[in-house]
Design a binder for this molecule. Sequence first.
Ligand SMILES: *Cc1c(COP(=O)(O)O)cnc(C)c1O
Length: 336
Amino acid sequence: MSLNYPPRISLARLPTPLQPLERITEKYSVPHGGPKIWVKRDDLTETAMSGNKLRKLEFVAGAARAQECDTLITCGGIQSNHCRTTALVGARLGLRVQLILRGEHSGAADGNLLVDQLAGAATAFYPPRQYFAELPELFSYWQNYYTERGHKALCIPTGASDGLGIWGYIAGAEELLNDCRENGFEPEHIICATGSGGTQAGLTLGCQQLGVSTEVTGFAVCDDEAYFQRKVREDIAHWSELSGHQVDENSLNVQVNAKYIGPGYAVADEPVYRTIAEAAALEGLVLDPVYSGKAFYGLLQELHSGRYRDCENLVFVHTGGQFGLFPHREKFSFLA
Ligand SMILES: *Cc1c(COP(=O)(O)O)cnc(C)c1O
């Protein structure tokens, strides 16, 4: 593969480890004829900047530097991992950060929002209805606000999922397949949680460009299958437009599993929380309730149903999100 990578600022500690989950494999996969389960530890891209967003933000930061921007503007929920990572990346690079946050906030900050504040990011809160109805206007408002004050701002879309951000997971796919090769296999399946679609888009495109037959499946944590089919292809088309690289749309294998969304975004039923507790107790692997825990719960259900029977190796990408665990502390009352 000879892709022309755009400017990138190295921020993540790469490569992240690839580890076998031996006890999970024994308990949940082997009895159903399933594969060896591995985990790609993208929760270890950094400490406070941890998670999947950092891979994308390396390219976003590269663009900010190339365009001589001094400000980053982005958006997300109050417990957004993407906003927290952007806040810290800004602080690390000496850029100011404006966050457009969805939700009401009062009292002491918790989880990711606390880290946003520690990092010195400016925060503006909007009721969900207004946020969803007016997001483009809110970006314009804040961009003008900084322009009028003599700054140059780069706007980063939700989750940094667009034709620029997905470079992070094209590179991530290359790294992951290399890790697997070093362990003597090519995985039949890669699984990740999908929320704004960019991680899935980058991994899917990366595998296609590398010419492997590995199938990437995004386990949706919100929206529905049609949404992700469209969003992943949209990000890839945008990537093609920005980079000038051609994509064979017909050989793009976009796989979405939307069976485990549960009650909605950032809302989960007790079995998801029990899976989080079990992964921690069995493997020392701490998942989050919004993304990785939900997807991992879905994976265990699929293994049980025999969906991955007769495969040899499956890699689950742990995309991070641990700061978001603590605001859900009350859901773990079954541990007491
Ligand atoms: C954002 C996020 C995801 C989803 O990644 P997208 O690229 O937005 O689809 C998964 N896991 C965690 C922990 C995240 O913060």
